[in-house]
Design a protein around this ligand. Structure first.
Ligand SMILES: [Zn+2]
Length: 430
């Protein structure tokens, strides 16, 4: 990896120069964000004394590592004066609080109006509380389940509301499953089973290391440089016990804990990717998915351009070479199966260069066929683009035959990836 080497080099240069660089100048910036305040998995922690103990534990580790975190509050879980007291402790320790909705709805399973009403209730409740504390406004919103919507319409509706209400979506670049360790940890801890606690703790660390390394690599490849990161953690009991070790590992990896404003000022966070899907992914996964879709689109557009050029020089062999061996071609006159048969059909209908005219293909829309793949930890992330469907307008013009009218129509193509190339498997032309 480049980063630790770079950090060592920086340190070595600083030592050579006879003065250590200020800590704030070196290291890759990392923002710590903590979801589901006041206490995550609240049904496991109903005893106010336990909630207090967990909060103190989390804040102690953050203080030890000089972390300025953003805590995301589920306002519907702030039920008592004691809960408000927990939030006051976060503020007193210098952390910022943001909105994480009122009831933690999943956007893909909620209609947009109800979702917006819920997250506005979360914002309003938190804003009133912060006002009473003389604290800053609600600047950040974190999507529950990192689900930003399964349709363009939902994406737009929620983004319009966030913009209007002055909240910025706080992305996650290092997504993980820390929450999944809470129940086994609490069960072992209540039984006083030290060995089991140790085992769960080891698994927690290993799982987070795998997730962090994996997404770190993705971000670096995407940006072409060490990407700044935003880690997602939850305000839970296993975290209070495990964060110190995790943060020490992160520091050893070359990270420097940075505040929200510094991290978010990086150009990597300037735009919000328009990834539509029902699963919540980290930012690098979303951007990778969009880049793959864009790459597939340009590869297919280039293929269609090559195909038009082949047609326009009268080369039907080259024109049909992009059809799959078993391609299906549908036209108003029927169904043709197989590349060879498609070629013969074209030869019959366009016996010479003069009959072929000049072809232009204008792509009207493309849709990638992209599912999810499973990570080594069993989590989902966007998969490769295996196919692409294209709607295009075709036009055959006969500029040197004034008596012959331009023909035009639409075509729906389905293409499949074959290694690094693409082939047409279905073509419906009308
Ligand atoms: Zn949450």
């Amino acid at each position: 990896m480049n980063v630790p080497k770079l950090a060592i080099l920086t340190l070595a240069l600083a030592l050579l120069a006879g003065s250590a660089l200020p800590a704030a100048e070196s290291g890759r910036p990392l923002l710590i964000t903590v979801d589901d305040l006041p206490v995550a998995a609240g049904n496991l922690h109903t005893d106010p004394a336990e909630r207090e103990r967990i909060t103190r534990g989390l804040l102690a580790v953050l203080a030890k590592h000089h972390v300025s975190a953003v805590g995301l509050v589920i306002w519907g879980n702030v039920k008592t004066e004691a809960d408000r007291g927990l939030l006051r402790q976060w503020l007193a320790a210098g952390h910022e609080l943001g909105n994480h909705s009122a009831s933690h709805p999943d956007l893909s399973r909620t209609v947009a109006d109800a979702y917006v009403a819920d997250i506005e209730a979360g914002r309003a409740g938190l804003a009133k509380f912060l006002e009473g504390e003389g604290s800053r406004k609600v600047r950040f919103f974190r999507y529950p389940f990192l689900d930003e919507g399964d349709s363009e319409a939902k994406l737009d509706a929620v983004r319009a509301y966030l913009a209007k209400s002055g909240q910025r979506s706080l992305p996650v670049t290092l997504d993980d499953q820390d929450w999944a360790f809470e129940q086994p940890w609490v069960e072992a801890s209540r039984k006083g089973d030290r060995r089991e606690m140790e085992r769960v703790g080891e698994e927690y660390q290993e799982a987070l290391h795998v997730s962090i390394r994996d997404q770190e690599g993705r971000g670096d490849r995407l940006l072409g440089r060490p990407a700044p990161q935003i880690l997602l953690l939850h305000a839970n009991e296993v975290g209070a016990a495990q964060w110190d070790r995790l943060f020490t590992w992160l520091e050893g990896r070359g990270y420097r804990f940075a505040a929200a404003d510094e991290v978010l000022a990086d150009p990597a966070f300037a735009g919000e990717p328009r990834y539509v899907g029902s699963s919540g992914f980290g930012l690098w996964d979303r951007l990778t998915a969009l880049r793959r879709a864009a790459d597939a689109r340009s590869a297919v557009e280039a293929l269609l351009k090559t195909q038009s050029e082949a047609w326009n020089r009268g080369d039907l062999d080259a024109f049909t070479s992009v059809y799959a061996e078993d391609a299906a071609f549908v036209s108003p006159t029927g169904l043709t199966r197989g590349r060879q048969q498609v070629l013969e059909r074209y030869r019959k209908r366009y016996p010479d260069r003069k009959a072929m005219g000049t072809l232009t293909l204008d792509v009207q829309e493309t849709r990638p066929i992209q599912g999810t793949e499973v990570t080594p930890l069993g989590d989902a992330r966007p998969g490769r683009v295996h196919g692409l469907s294209v709607v295009a307008r075709w036009k055959l013009a006969y500029p040197d035959q004034p008596d012959k009218k331009t023909a035009e129509g639409l075509t729906l193509l389905v293409l499949r990836r074959q290694g690094e190339t693409w082939e047409i498997v279905q073509d419906a032309s009308m």
